[in-house]
Write a protein that binds this ligand. Structure first.
Ligand SMILES: *Cc1c(COP(=O)(O)O)cnc(C)c1O
Length: 422
């Protein structure tokens, strides 16, 4: 067999020469060529919310293909985009009145940054600093790498990245340090926006902080006229227990980015929502105040139709009850690891559960990550630890028996890989 020409994402091909070929998806499972059913405990990189191939979404896609493909989105509009925008505004935190479409989480964040800079530029104020949080992740474009945690992932690109002000992560008991650092940063008078993943910093290691910290950050931002950009690309669509993580804190962001679960995970689509204040700063007969952003596939009608179907599922099916059930299941299942010396920092935010394997050297490149991954892979479980951080973010259709199977495997992995020495 000749080698595939494909260059896979986040893959070291010298160490991982073979890919499992998936031939179908079904509920909480991927099905491979050999007929193995692989339990997708990370929702295929956090996108699948209800389960793979939810019939309502699949049917909406089929129907949309009968009448649409891509349609230019300047000068023209279409029903799926209009219905989705109205639906999104209805379910989003109050004050968000306008919807800008793009096609990935990274582009949603790029759009948010440009909206924030444009807002101050168009209103004649010189504010161009972005404040972020340590361990943050916002995507892999040059702009979103600039606002994310620096490290081995972006060392080669560092010369192109722009400078930001970074707040220390609000570790339990040390939250005031984060808040004070934000206050100090704001005092420069140059800060345009605080960009943050609300409640859970995903790719940075499933680091969790409390709704009250988010509330306090919002208050400081408001006091200084700094915009709050909520990157809900991962946390949106129920992951933290409520539709958006901001809802749990009762926080109203000025800009909100959503992607991953927007279509239930079926199609690539993103939206950046903003307040009318930000939209109106770009509303002018002076063409220079136009929001200069687009991508070819902006508001793809088929993707929008999938997202409209997702909204329909949220209103027509007991999604919140499924989420509440999963929150409870995760909570119960984690109990057995509390006090287990092989694990540290057992934690949960809504449907997301995480725990750190107690190994001496952590960090993403520690070889424990790939060893864990191989262990789970042999058992037909899709779990991809972030270094020594094991987390589960399953789709909401996962059963109690499947949850048990996952945690049994985590327990076993710890005994096999670190033995009783820890
Ligand atoms: C995944 C992710 C992104 C990037 O989304 P892509 O669709 O991969 O570009 C941005 N922000 C957060 C919080 C994410 O988890």
């Amino acid at each position: 067999m000749t080698r595939s020409p494909i260059w896979h994402p986040f893959t070291q091909h010298a160490l991982e020469p073979t890919m499992k070929k998936v031939v179908a998806t079904d509920g909480a499972y991927l099905v491979d060529e050999a007929g193995n059913r692989i339990l997708d405990a990370i929702s295929s990189w956090w996108v699948i919310t209800h389960g793979h191939r939810h019939p309502t979404i699949m049917e909406a896609i089929r129907q949309a293909t009968e009448v649409y493909d891509q349609i230019i989105f300047a000068e023209y509009t279409h029903a799926p985009a209009e219905d989705l925008a109205r639906g999104l505004i209805k379910v989003s935190p109050a004050g968000l009145q306008h919807v800008f479409y793009s096609d990935s989480g990274s582009t949603a964040v790029e759009v948010a940054l440009k909206m924030a800079l444009g807002f101050f530029h168009n209103t004649g104020r010189r504010r161009d600093r972005i404040v972020v949080m340590e361990h943050g992740y916002h995507g892999d474009t040059i702009g979103t790498m600039s606002v994310g945690e620096r490290g081995v992932f972006n060392a080669a690109y560092e010369p192109l990245l722009f400078g930001v002000d970074s707040l220390p992560f609000p570790e339990p008991g040390l939250e005031q340090i984060t808040l004070d650092a934000f206050e100090v940063a704001c005092c420069s008078g140059r800060v345009a926006a605080l960009l943050i993943e609300p409640l859970v910093l995903g790719a940075g290691g499933m680091k969790m902080f409390t709704p009250s910290v988010l509330g306090e950050l919002k208050k400081i931002a408001q006091r200084h006229g700094v915009l709050l950009i909520a990157d809900e690309v991962m946390t949106g669509w129920g992951r933290t227990g409520t539709l958006f993580a901001c809802d749990r804190a009762g926080v109203l962001p000025d800009i909100l980015c959503t992607s991953k679960g927007l279509t239930g995970g079926a199609m690539p689509l993103a939206a950046t929502l903003c307040t009318s204040e930000i939209f109106e700063a770009h509303l002018s007969t002076d063409r220079r105040k136009t929001f200069f952003h687009s991508s070819s596939y902006t508001a793809n009608p088929i993707a929008c139709a999938a997202a409209v179907a997702n909204l329909k599922i949220w209103t027509g099916e007991p999604v919140q009850a499924r989420i509440d059930r999963l929150v409870a299941l995760q909570g119960q299942a984690l109990q057995r690891f509390v006090g287990n010396p092989r694990f540290r920092n057992v934690r949960q935010s809504g449907t997301i559960a995480a725990l750190d394997l107690a190994v001496p050297s952590d960090g993403y490149l520690a070889d424990i990550g790939p060893r864990l991954r191989a262990f789970f892979r042999e058992r037909n479980l899709l779990i991809r630890p972030l270094g020594n951080v094991i987390y589960l973010m399953p789709p909401y259709c996962v059963s109690e028996a499947e949850i048990d199977r996952l945690y049994d495997a985590i327990d076993e992995a710890a005994s096999v890989l670190i033995g009783t020495a820890a």
